[in-house]
Design a protein around this ligand. Sequence first.
Ligand code: PLP
Length: 391
Amino acid sequence: METIYLDNAATTQVRSEVLEAMLPYFSEEYGNPSSIYDLGQNASDAVAAARKLIAGALNASDKEIYFTSGGTESDNWAIKGVAWANAAKGKHIITSAIEHHAVLHSCQALEREGFEVTYLPVDSNGLVSPEQFEQAIRPDTVLATIMFANNEIGTLQPIAPLAKIARSRGVIFHTDAVQAFGHEAIDVQELGIDLLSASGHKLYGPKGVGFLYVRKGVKMHSLIDGGQQERGKRASTENVPGIVGLAAATRLALEERETEHARQAALRDHAIRRILSEVPYTRLNGDAQQRLANNVNISFKFVEGEGIILQMAMRGVCVSSGSACTSGALDPSHVLLAIGLPHEIAHGSMRMTLGRTTTAEQVDYAVDAVVKTIEKLRSMSPLYEDFLKGR
Ligand code: PLP
């Protein structure tokens, strides 16, 4: 049975072109970029070229790009680094209730150090309101961190108006763009973003590498102390193959972004339409329009998400019931609760995230599998039986 991978928000397959670009930096070009002989300088040149390419993708300067070990480190560094460096000015931070745990847990860590955090609610589609955001700003607010795109329900936040409000009030604005970078158009100048996190493995690059964009002039402390790498701000010998891979993945993502975006959005809408019309008692989670091109997230009444995943896996389709980090936990996802779903509905949710190799045939096969899965699970559900009797 062919495996149909529809969990591209969890991670993506490294592209062959990316792997090819990385390989020499494991073998022939294994030098340390800090070494001044040729072998070291070749590695240093590769890191510099990667930095330039990624800066260009965001309309930033290469001096504003810092390589990290991934999205989690970038989020931790942005939030803690800015909070610590600006604590004399104020100790209040604004975020949203639906952020990734890399952001939420960084904020909670700061609360234990005496910072105050406002967790903005979202509407039923997962959108943060710019008006509520503005009202939450206080004289001691130093940082706002609002994600570009949600990893579970795909909702895209109104980043431009939020960042504009933050700037007009002297608040530093960070966005976790781990799910958006390489998929959505992002111009940090146009959007007014001060810091941005991204990760290689969400755009067909390697795991364990990412970057943080930091606008020139933003005051921040380091998280990783040691040598002088990354202009003295982020120590540790550079992950040269990873950085080269991240840049190769970025270059390919830029080249293909518009066509892939349109292609996947059409497949996404086809899948959503089919599921909502063929399976009764269902609900689309996340905004129908302001949404990542590859994200389908649907709640099914009277069933459990775990049952859906296992049944879909038996039919050869990889999907998830929330973010990779929350699946396996018994509590329903904080994102689904924040958009107002009752516990029992949130529990019966499924996320399918399409990718660059997903075909129309695969989507139709997966939707057929969803229809059969829900029918089967409901036929075994006492809740559904009671519901049918009571009707
Ligand atoms: N932020 C978001 C929105 C994510 O989806 C993820 C990964 O799932 C992360 C941060 C963490 O990124 P990484 O796995 O590179 O640490």
